[in-house]
Design a protein around this ligand. Structure first.
Ligand SMILES: Cc1cc2nc3c(=O)[nH]c(=O)nc-3n(C[C@H](O)[C@H](O)[C@H](O)COP(=O)(O)OP(=O)(O)OC[C@H]3O[C@@H](n4cnc5c(N)ncnc54)[C@H](O)[C@@H]3O)c2cc1C
Length: 262
């Protein structure tokens, strides 16, 4: 590991001030610390968001929920407020990694990292969430740009995510048996604005299965999407599964999610 300075500010303003040059934010450290150990990143300083109370917590807001960036996966999974308002989000958080990862990893760190196999991107896109930063609000549709790439600018800090309440929603994932990351994860949400089906793990980034959304708009049942095939071209193919296998899993997970919604 290279040497770096370490700061633990207690306010967002102080954190923003310290983010100059090669400084990097650290949240739960679940991805960043291994990266530093492998010398894949060499920040001049780390700005730890763990001391900023305003970044933590789950609040009911406008019928939905606002979840602070430093809220851990375990806090989301066990929250009575989340279980009442968007139970599918609690299910998603409970399925992330293992207890150690869930107790350290944060929603802000997960979406800022935008791993193509992470679970939260599917939840944010399907639910039509909004990412709130210290500078602006970004619709989830515009936030996730591609593999490990987001709309965040240098020095921009995610402060919270705002979720509208769906009428019905469910998340189903086929986890990698070793890491628990999604080989394929499908989040289906039904709201006043329509039906959204968001897929993670299968491709280089989260995407919407629009043909499935159309089929479900006419008939919200697992049968309605049985014959809707996701093209394998462009999907991930690795030692864990071929693109064709992942395309097949998208259909299976989507049908399970629709059934769980009913
Ligand atoms: C063994 C293992 C298994 C895992 N399994 C899963 C899984 O099944 N599903 C899943 O979805 N994830 C999984 N993860 C990822 C994990 O859940 C974390 O969400 C992820 O590692 C990043 O969150 P973090 O809070 O640790 O962020 P960090 O590692 O601290 O930061 C990650 C990146 O985000 C930036 N960042 C952090 N917070 C902010 C912020 N508020 N604003 C702007 N930038 C920020 C950092 O600078 C860094 O670049 C796994 C991780 C491990 C180690």
């Amino acid at each position: 590991m290279h040497n770096f300075d370490y700061h633990r500010p207690t306010s967002l303003a102080d954190a923003a001030k310290r983010l100059s040059g090669e400084a990097k934010l650290v949240a739960g450290g679940m991805t960043l610390i291994p990266t530093l150990k492998q010398r894949l990143a060499q920040p001049s300083s780390l700005v730890d968001l763990g001391g900023i109370a305003e970044l933590r917590g789950i609040k009911p807001e406008g019928g939905g929920l606002t979840i602070g960036a430093m809220t851990t996966h375990a806090e989301v999974a066990h929250s009575a407020e989340v279980k009442k308002t968007i139970p599918a989000l609690a299910v998603l958080a409970e399925g992330i990694g293992d207890p150690q990862v869930r107790n350290r990893g944060t929603i802000g760190g997960s979406i800022s990292n935008n791993d193509p196999a992470a679970d939260y991107p599917a939840g944010l896109v399907a639910l039509g969430a909004t990412v709130i930063t210290d500078k602006r609000r970004i619709a989830a549709d515009d936030f996730f740009k591609g593999m490990f790439e987001t709309a965040l600018q240098d020095g921009e800090i995610v402060t919270a995510v705002s979720f509208p309440r769906p009428d019905k929603a469910a998340y189903m994932k086929f986890p990698n048996p070793a890491s628990r990351y999604a080989m394929v994860g499908v989040f289906v949400a039904r709201t006043g604005g329509g039906i959204r089906v968001a897929v993670t793990g299968a491709g280089p980034g989260v995407f919407r299965a629009t043909e499935m959304e159309k089929a479900l708009a006419g008939n919200f049942s697992a049968d309605a999407i049985k014959s809707v095939k996701i093209p394998a071209a462009g999907l991930n193919s690795d030692m864990h599964g071929s693109a064709e296998y992942r395309a097949h899993l998208v259909n299976v997970m989507a049908r399970r999610a629709v059934t769980a919604c009913s």
